[in-house]
Write a protein of this length. Structure first.
Length: 234
């Protein structure tokens, strides 16, 4: 069962750890660091922070049962989809001092994490896709924060690297199963074999994680059909 993949993981502890990683990294940046390109196409490190800060509008709406109200507000402003929302969040903060944006994200995300932990993993969250368990949503946030930490070059210590990689593989496999993806995935001690439409690919754990979040470079040579089928968290 998909839930077995996550049964030994605490999504709220992971969320705290990845938020702390980003906070440490952001807190140490100078002007040149903020303006450095990230792995997100067209975004600087500062833009990634603005995206995370703006995204808290949605996270808080989920917690307070006001997602439809937020969608209506965005629609009134001509924001028609997820990508539009992301770019709007960045534009809204482009002229603000970066310290102000950092404090906004730090405060709002701290509130999100505290409220989610207090409600517990089985509480239902209001999302664009309908009611969804809090714990599962936290795992999605865990993946997003880990991905963006990598996008901006936030350090990962040798002591935590293996455990971080293991939970990211587990979350990727879980989401693929949850979405009933057509790709078949088998995991061994050090690699993942993915098969779709008669095509089989063998990936290392890091390659599998990068594929699930849409960060695996085309230069890696993964068949586009497999790459598309594996992308489930971005």
């Amino acid at each position: 069962m998909p839930d077995d993949l996550l049964k030994d993981l605490n999504p709220f502890d992971i969320f705290d750890a990845e938020a702390a990683r980003l906070d440490r990294h952001f807190s140490g940046l100078d002007e040149a660091g903020w303006l450095r390109p990230s792995r997100c196409d067209g975004w600087t490190v500062r833009d990634v922070l603005a995206h995370l800060a703006g995204e808290e509008l949605y996270n808080q709406a989920c917690l307070h049962g006001s997602v439809q109200e937020l969608m209506s507000r965005l629609s009134d402003e001509g924001i028609g989809g997820y990508n539009d929302f992301n770019e709007w969040c960045v534009r809204q903060r482009a002229d603000l001092p970066v310290e102000e944006v950092l404090e906004e994200w730090r405060t709002q995300n701290g509130a999100t994490r505290e409220q989610m932990r207090a409600l517990g993993p089985d509480a239902l969250l209001d999302t664009m896709a309908g009611p969804y368990p809090m714990g599962r949503q936290a795992f999605h946030y865990d993946s997003e924060y880990a991905t963006h930490a990598d996008d901006v070059g936030a350090p990962v210590s040798a002591q935590e690297a293996a455990g971080r990689l293991a939970w990211r593989v587990a979350v990727g496999r879980f989401v693929l199963a949850e979405q009933d993806a057509k790709v078949r995935v088998e995991q061994s001690a050090d690699q993942v074999v993915a098969a779709v439409d008669g095509i089989t690919a063998t990936l290392s754990y890091p390659e599998f994680v990068e594929a699930t979040v849409g960060r695996l470079p085309a230069s890696q040579g993964l068949d586009p059909r497999v790459a598309s089928a594996l992308r489930c968290l971005a």
